[in-house]
Design a protein around this ligand. Sequence first.
Ligand code: PBG
Length: 336
Amino acid sequence: MVGVDIDSPALAGRRPRRMRTTPVMRRLVAEARLGVDDLVAPLFVREGIEAPWPIESLPGVVQHTRDSLRAEAVALAELGVPGLILFGVPERKDATGSGAWDPDGIVQLAIADLKAEVGDSMVVMADLCLDEYTDHGHCGVVDQAGRVDNDATVDLYRRVASAQAAAGVDVVAPSGMMDGQVRAIREALDGDGATDVAILAYSAKYASAFYGPFRDAVDVTIADGGDRRGYQQDPANAREAAEEIRLDIAEGADMVMVKPALTYLDVIARVRDQVDVPLAAYQVSGEYAALHAAAERGWLDLNAAALEQLLAIRRAGADFILTYFARRVAELFAQR
Ligand code: PBG
């Protein structure tokens, strides 16, 4: 008979279940932990609306007004969530995405609001990209051949970095996957004297099907059917992610990110082994929406499934997680 003789001398009486006997024993021997300190809340703020606007494909997430954004940030700060990341939805979009660096653009105003409101208790981050602001939905300027022009785009990112820094942001998070973007942004920030503004680079960002609901959240429809494979990474490649991360650190990234999280746990683990800067992972809109959809049908327990996924992302090696579950999970922890 094939089987393990647990009384064999070779195993010397090993019985791993002893380590699972009681909740407190399991707590003691846990290898990974998830706590409120590990969470960053992504928040959307929209120009020109009178009341918060629900996002259908992201249950529980809204496009905020400036006022409701402030209130949400206060609630998160009171729960102990240490960070938030802002995405702006402008009233008007154009070919270059000029709303992204307008000093009176929605994100600049929101950054200033939040620094005044919760600036001492939360790290205020801003996504640094153009796709929420361009009328074609791409992350940069598009050339005559329909390709995103890398260097012209990076020049615009400098302006966005300067505008966000002037508004008081703590961390800028470039998400456009242009080559050289981190170096250019660091130069722009330092040139403005904003040497304390940190860069969280979306270094390994995959061309993923899991960003679907986000596009509703920022009212983006991408020209040519939504194809970002010319600049975001191929899901087949993990070594390439390590290379992107090394480049970004060499260019001045203070923290790096892998995105999405669940389908790229191997990438998170590999990167964790290779670099010592803080490592973030983004549990993206589609990962959040999928759990909600299944839970709505009664097919999954939402809280248990969310906590398991977030813990897995921590176990893989992420120091902190950008997640739409931030408030929900913080509330759960507050009840314990
Ligand atoms: C780009 C950006 C995107 C997300 C974060 N920053 C969209 C994209 O690259 O297509 C997606 C986040 C999510 O799906 O939750 N500004």
